[in-house]
Design a protein around this ligand. Sequence first.
Ligand code: PLP
Length: 363
Amino acid sequence: MNAPARPLRARIHLDALIHNYRHAKRLAPAARALAVVKANGYGHGAVAVARALADEADGFAVACVDEAMELRESGIRHPILLLEGVFAPHEIALVDRAGLTTVIHNREQLDWILAARPARRLDCWIKLDSGMHRVGLAPDDFAAAHAALTAAPQIGELVAMSHFARADEPEHPYTERQIAIFGQALGGLRIPRSLANSAAILAWPQSHGEWTRPGIMIYGVSPLPGAHPQATALRPTMTLESALISIRDLAPGEPVGYGGRFVCERPTRVGVAAVGYADGYPRHARDGTPVAVNGQRTRIIGRVSMDMITLDLTGIADAHIGAPVELWGATIPANEVAQASDTIAYQLFTGIGRRVPLIHEGV
Ligand SMILES: *Cc1c(COP(=O)(O)O)cnc(C)c1O
């Protein structure tokens, strides 16, 4: 079979990924760090990401057993944490056999684990609801859960964890409140602690504890507003790129694309790039969303279609069929595209379509 000729691809820069993981470790030097690779490594390919980080990472975190098994089957032997724990008691047998670490975030999971008779001791992370109010044991239930697990012969090492709702707002007092509630619930217990996602690693050093959980930052994106000094070292790990497949000159007053959302105000050279919402490019991208042709910034004009987008080529030197188009990467930060589309870079990355080849480079 011939190689696919459609020019769209997502190039994954594994050297940048390693650099970003090291940066997360440098910011929290006393902590170990679980690289979060849920949702296929935020769209980057979980197996390729885990293999690239294999010599560095203290462990990995995923959402569910299926994601963990994919890593185990590709030879990853590190600790792997199930961030949502098990969804049914029968999954505990898999957790046991594959040597996974599970989160306990509700009483049902606690009962299932206490009733299990695994072949080896199960390591567990007890999740506390310190204010996110989504999952987690109530602070008042923490001490009893901890005592029951400590007394159970089938349980191995324990870690106490919680998750922040507003760590990406460096001025907001809510994160301090969550840290205080977590600390009070644990009382004087000597148990390793894990609170920090990327935003907290960058902006809340008092939350670092014994284990951090960097996600979006290892994929080169800062979750904080503006240019945070700790985030400037992050390097983009994904370049979504395609090419021009059509060029035409339109007169003032001519509309472009579905619904005629954009109408030319002056003579306009319009280019079409092979990428659309079925590939994960956000359909809500507004006119003016940045894009680069031949490395020069320009803008989207007209609605995003399933397989194509339309661009303003006015003033772009040497625009020709086949010229490279960067949707996001080193020239166009994913955060800028996300902002222009009322979403976040997390959704752009995890939404990369199945028909987009991932090209892993850099190690
Ligand atoms: C996804 C996730 C993370 C990583 O969050 P980022 O904002 O991507 O750093 C950390 N902890 C938990 C519990 C998560 O679900």
